[in-house]
Design a protein around this ligand. Structure first.
Ligand code: PRP
Ligand code: MN
Ligand code: MG
Length: 182
């Protein structure tokens, strides 16, 4: 285990099993359609890669890079588009893929945007849900795991851009971020 990690919350095996289950449900959900899967960069990258390889139906992939956190551990409340989609959203069935829903501000912004762009349908799949952090009324259609109100990293989730490559979801030792704040 990485030295900065206090505890592994969700193991690599548990994540793999969950991707398999969620992928199966999504394949049934979108059977006969041609969804546009949208990964929210950067955090959704590992989850998107794993879950979409469990859905054996034709689909398109695109990416949106939005950022709300900056370097800290709490949301700034601001959402900024860093990279927009290349694909037209009008009339499409969208599947938004996220690593975590915390305040809900990122998704609330994206959903408004995609509604304005006249999507036919919008569904959200998130690996993690942290209901304690919620300020915007956002609910995912599919959730992998609920997590407590702790700062989690790994499998796409960063602290100050680090730890995204860990294969599990872990809790950071508090001294790691208190060091940085000094
Ligand atoms: C994180 C995470 C979600 C979002 C969730 O992304 O990946 O996209 O915050 O928080 P919210 O529900 O409070 O909006 P971040 O903005 O840190 O960018 P990143 O994915 O590049 O790390
Ligand atoms: Mn993100
Ligand atoms: Mg981040």
């Amino acid at each position: 285990m990485h030295n900065d990690i206090k505890e592994v919350l969700i193991s690599e095996e548990e994540i793999a099993q969950k991707c398999k289950e969620l992928g199966k449900q999504l394949a049934e959900e979108y059977d006969g359609r041609f969804p546009l899967a949208i990964g929210v960069l950067k955090g959704a990258m590992p989850f998107m890669s794993d879950i979409l390889r469990r859905i054996e139906i034709p689909l398109e992939m695109d990416f949106m890079d939005v950022s709300s956190y900056g370097g800290g551990t709490t949301s700034s409340g601001e959402v900024k588009i860093v990279k927009d989609l290349d694909t037209k959203v009008e009339g499409r069935d969208l599947l938004i893929i996220e690593d975590i829903i915390d305040s809900g501000l990122t998704l609330s912004y994206l959903i408004d945007l995609f509604k304005y762009r006249k999507a036919n349908s919008i569904k959200i799949v998130t690996l993690l849900d942290k209901p304690a952090g919620r300020t915007a009324a956002i609910k995912a259609d599919m959730v992998g795991f609920e997590v407590p109100n702790e700062f989690v990293v790994g499998y796409g989730l960063d602290y100050d851009e680090i730890y995204r490559n860990l294969p599990y979801i872990g809790v950071l030792k508090p001294e790691v971020y208190s060091e940085k704040l000094k």
